[in-house]
Design a protein around this ligand. Structure first.
Ligand code: ATP
Length: 246
């Protein structure tokens, strides 16, 4: 199973990336990028240690599930994410979903990673509320053919919730020794692991940032200063999109 991922898509880039082990993939709307996303990426990077060469943050072009009314243009979201990541080695923005037409299915994205670098082990980061929703995703239950699932708890969903949900989704899942210290793991049909990663979750969301912005309040410190500067520079465009009702 798991393997893939390069930013430039060249053969040299792929060979270099493959020489460096695994890669975590963190998808999202990033509407806008906030400190919760950045802290999560850093925590994942540190958790994986030598098992991975970095974390790719992948902005979604056309969300298959979320209503897209209030979504800022892909270009602005990707540019803000790149600016936010500029001083964070090993954390990269990958714009591949912006180059594909139609809904940005995670399955297609991970297949693209696998095609480019078949030997790279992939760790797809998933918030725990999304775990029970996987059957509604395109080929959601087949994702372990492509990657490990790194499940990060939210809303009090603990290791017991993780194990019960994973066993319900994949009755053939088998318990195995944790791949990462302190992170219970199940081996899933397809070969990938479901890994419970009890990483901290900051009380910030993009919706909260948007609400503050629309109320004329200050989202300082919830988003990196460079993101705030870019939002202010694009104020009319930002207002136009965020005022749209989802
Ligand atoms: P929205 O509020 O618009 O629904 P969001 O803040 O949840 O957006 P997304 O872009 O949808 O952000 O999330 C991208 C990824 O970051 C997802 O895996 C999500 O679970 C994770 N994430 C979002 N907020 C946090 C947070 N505060 N701490 C850690 N991870 C987060």
């Amino acid at each position: 199973m798991p393997a893939a991922g390069t930013r430039d898509g060249t053969a040299a880039g792929a060979a270099q990336a493959e020489a460096c082990g695994g890669l975590a993939v963190l998808g999202g709307s990033f509407n806008p990028p906030h400190i919760g996303h950045l802290r999560l990426a850093i925590e994942v990077r540190e958790l994986l240690g030598k098992r991975a060469r970095g974390v790719d943050l992948v902005p979604c072009a056309v969300p298959p599930h979320k209503r897209a009314a209030s979504l800022l243009p892909f270009e602005l979201r990707a540019a803000m994410l790149e600016a936010a990541l500029a001083d964070l080695p090993d954390l990269n923005c990958n714009r591949l979903e912006g180059r594909r037409p139609g809904p940005s299915y995670t399955w297609d994205t991970l297949c693209a990673y696998r095609r480019e670098q078949p030997a790279t082990e992939l760790y797809f980061v998933l918030g725990s509320p999304n775990l029970p929703l996987l059957p509604t995703w395109r080929n959601g239950l087949a994702l372990p053919e492509l990657c490990h699932l790194l499940v990060v708890p939210r809303e009090g969903q603990d290791a017991a919730f993780f194990a019960a949900t994973a066993r319900r989704l994949w009755p053939a899942a088998r318990e195995r020794a944790p791949l990462l210290p302190g992170c219970p793991s199940l081996e899933l049909p397809g070969g990938g692991l479901a890994i419970f990663a009890p990483l901290p979750w900051l009380d910030v969301s993009a919706s909260r940032v948007r609400r503050l912005w629309l109320a004329g309040r200050r989202p300082d410190f919830l988003v990196p200063p460079v993101v705030l500067r870019m939002l202010r520079a694009a104020r009319p465009l930002v207002l136009e999109h965020w005022q749209e009702k989802d």
